[in-house]
Design a protein around this ligand. Structure first.
Ligand SMILES: CC(C)(COP(=O)(O)OP(=O)(O)OC[C@H]1O[C@@H](n2cnc3c(N)ncnc32)[C@H](O)[C@@H]1OP(=O)(O)O)[C@@H](O)C(=O)NCCC(=O)NCCS
Length: 180
C-alpha cells in the first residue's frame, strides 16, 4: 500500500518532467539489485525473480539491464539485453514501462539506449521477440525499424488469480534491426 502511494507520486512527477523537459531529460542507466523491490509494477508476481536472475548474469558480461529513471531515481521503464541468446546480436527482452506511464516515449528511450549499448559492443544486430497478440508493442518495434524475420514459440511461468503457477506458451514474431 505504501509503495502504491509512492508509485502514484513517482508516476505523477515523471509525467510532469516529461511534459516540461521532454523524455530525454529522464536518466537511463543500469538497473541494480537494490532496485528489485521497486519493480513490482513490471509484471506478475514471478517477474521480479526473473529480473533478478537476469541481473545475476550482468557481472559475467552476458547481460546488460537498463532502467529509465523517474526524477526521484525510481525505475519506471526497464528492459534487458541478452548477449548470449544469439551470437553477434543483442537480444532485447523483459521490456516494460510502468502502466501509468505508457505511451509517453519511455519505451522508445529505453530501446534507443539499449541499441547504443549493443553498438558499443561492436555488434550490428538488435533482436527481440513479441507475442503475436501484442499488436501495440509490435507496432512500436516496427516504427523503430524492427522487421519480422521468423516465427517462434516461447514459454514461461505465470501465476493465476488463485496463486497457482502455470506455464504460459506464446507464439511470437522474431524481429531484428540492423544497427547503423
Ligand atoms: C510495450 C511497452 C514496453 C512500450 O513502452 P512505452 O513506454 O509505452 O513506449 P512508447 O511510449 O515509447 O511508445 C508507445 C507505443 O508503444 C505501444 N504500446 C504498447 N502497449 C501500450 C500501452 N499499453 N500503452 C501505450 N502504448 C503502448 C504503442 O505502439 C504505442 O504507440 P501509440 O502511442 O502510437 O499507440 C509498454 O507499453 C509495456 O510495458 N507494455 C506491457 C508489457 C509488454 O507488452 N512488453 C513488451 C513485450 S515484447
Amino acid at each position: 500500500m505504501m509503495y502504491e502511494l509512492m508509485e502514484t507520486s513517482v508516476a505523477d512527477a515523471t509525467k510532469e518532467a516529461v511534459r516540461e523537459h521532454g523524455v530525454e531529460s529522464l536518466a537511463v542507466d543500469d538497473l541494480t539489485h537494490t532496485d528489485l523491490d521497486k519493480i513490482s509494477w513490471s509484471g506478475g508476481p514471478l517477474h521480479p525473480k526473473y529480473v533478478e536472475e537476469a541481473l545475476n548474469r550482468v557481472p559475467g558480461g552476458e547481460v546488460e539491464y537498463l532502467a529509465v529513471r523517474a526524477p526521484s531515481g525510481w525505475p519506471v521503464a526497464i528492459g534487458g539485453i541478452d548477449y548470449a541468446a544469439e551470437e553477434g546480436a543483442g537480444t532485447l527482452w523483459q521490456l516494460a514501462t510502468h502502466p501509468r506511464l505508457r505511451g509517453l516515449g519511455l519505451g522508445t528511450r529505453l530501446i534507443t539506449e539499449a541499441e547504443k549499448r549493443i553498438q558499443d559492443r561492436g555488434l550490428e544486430w538488435a533482436r527481440l521477440s513479441v507475442e503475436d497478440d501484442n499488436g501495440r508493442a509490435r507496432a512500436l518495434y516496427e516504427r523503430l525499424g524492427y522487421e519480422k524475420y521468423g516465427d517462434g514459440q516461447e514459454s514461461w511461468n505465470q501465476v493465476d488469480e488463485t496463486g497457482n503457477v502455470y506455464t504460459h506458451h506464446a507464439d511470437v514474431a522474431l524481429m531484428n534491426k540492423r544497427l547503423p
